[in-house]
Design a protein around this ligand. Sequence first.
Ligand code: PEP
Length: 248
Amino acid sequence: MRRPIIAGNWKMFKTPGEALSLINDLKSLISHVQAEIVVCPPFVDLPAVVVAVQDTGIKVGAQNMHWEQEGAFTGEVSPVMLAAVGCQYVIIGHSERRQYFFETDEAVNRKVKAALAHGLRPIVCVGETLAQREAGMTGTVVENQVRTGLTGLPQEGRENLVLAYEPVWAIGTGKNASAADAETVIAQIRALLADMFGAETAAKIRIQYGGSVKPENIQELMAQPNIDGALVGGASLKADSFSKIAGF
Ligand code: PEP
């Protein structure tokens, strides 16, 4: 059985003070939920949020990282630093990083390896653009992203991977993929993982859907056999909507 995982990607929203207020509001609202809950605030909020979630069961993740442990990489943050402040997860290869910061599948691969090597659980994002979907390329695009992004991983710890299928056209647009369409692609991803890592490992890896998830569509998504959770952007910024999604 794969434990559902609902993660909130706060993107570039919330000062440390605003972050604490959101966590405070969330605490009581999600105390009963069965799913694993992860919040991914901006870097500067991480230390305060790690302290604020103590004893709540909420886990904390970052939104990006560099693959090196340390070095002359101005503006970057390393996996060692994230682990040291108490992060357990890190989002890797989000489409906004790919689109605006030119992150390649090769960079994603280095980051995934570095995250696992430092005990962080990567949430690896893949997904096609609208043009790619309309050209019938969804399967090929996602396959390339998964194969290149996850190539050469050591045997140990592969089951700690989380994947997020996020069609780019559904992110922040209010247009979500239908539950059936999301299930089709996510089932393909699981088959691909079985080909790469073996069926037993593939059956343990959790795969989320992301793209305009809201309280109104979470149940239908979670009812699909291969969808193990959601990566939530906009709706994770308010305690009311995120807690409803978390309790789906
Ligand atoms: C995201 O940022 O990963 C995302 C899915 O955003 P939204 O829920 O706002 O579409």
